[in-house]
Design a protein around this ligand. Structure first.
Ligand SMILES: C[S@@+](CC[C@H](N)C(=O)[O-])C[C@H]1O[C@@H](n2cnc3c(N)ncnc32)[C@H](O)[C@@H]1O
Length: 228
């Protein structure tokens, strides 16, 4: 069993999951998905769903939204395309195969970035979150549903121990809240709006970040401006 966490592993994992994904993960995350869709619909406008997968959430986005979906996995996207066709989802602008870490959208393209059960599947979560911020308009929101692992204690040890197995399945178990805190601090252009525990077992969370309206000036740049 390979233990590497990279896009190749992920593509293979989700090619296996695509035919049965909705059956296995549909009901399990229904409440979390509904909460995420409510958050997205409150903002409305142009929405990017990253890791849209089989498009399981697409029917939940209201007519106040125009949705673009991206995913690394073509077999998952084919399922999403079927849903768009069968359910006549006219608010979905399009789906593309794309890597969440390097997206082909200009800066500030979307009012909302939503990613459900995705941050713990990408090789470099912090770089991927940076990319979300880049394509998000100032004042826009990032809406995540994600597993939040333990920061310490026996649960963290178990999560680290099980990670080689869950990598094969397509996600990592260990992802403590502290990583988000450090990312927010480093980013300087987002703040946490909400963190709400979600089933199953309260191990998942709905997490919302807002992008600040004005870019945060770096102290060295301020000094240079003052001197100039
Ligand atoms: C656990 S599934 C979640 C699917 C869907 N968002 C949901 O709520 O059920 C993770 C999805 O993220 C996609 N994914 C993983 N890494 C990715 C990346 N680097 N870029 C784009 N999509 C990625 C996978 O292909 C898969 O469809």
């Amino acid at each position: 069993m390979g233990t590497e966490f990279n896009n190749d592993t992920i593509e293979k994992a989700y090619a296996r999951w695509a035919p049965i994904y909705d059956l296995v993960f549909g009901a399990l995350f229904e409440r979390a998905r509904r909460a995420a869709a409510e958050a997205v619909n409150r903002v409305g406008g142009r929405v990017l769903e990253v890791g849209v997968g089989t498009g399981i959430s697409l029917p939940d986005y209201g007519r106040v939204t125009r949705v673009v979906g991206v995913d690394l996995s073509e077999p998952m996207l084919r399922k999403a395309q079927e849903k768009i066709r069968d359910l006549h989802l006219t608010n979905v602008e399009g789906l593309s195969v794309m890597d969440a870490e390097r997206m082909a959208f200009p800066d500030s393209s979307f009012d909302v970035i939503v990613a459900q059960l995705v941050v713990t599947t990408v090789p470099d979560p912090e770089a991927t979150l940076d990319e979300f911020v880049r394509v998000l308009k100032p004042g826009g929101e990032i809406v995540l549903v994600s597993r939040v692992g333990a920061d310490k204690g026996p649960r963290r040890v178990v999560e680290q121990w099980l990670t080689p197995i869950t990598r094969f399945l397509g996600w990592r178990l260990e992802f403590p809240w502290g990583r988000y805190e450090r990312w927010v601090e480093r980013s300087g252009s987002v703040r946490v709006v909400e963190r709400r525990a979600m089933p199953p077992f309260g191990h998942f969370s709905l997490i919302r970040f807002a992008k600040t309206k004005a870019a945060v000036a770096q102290p060295d740049r301020l000094e240079a401006q003052a001197a100039g």
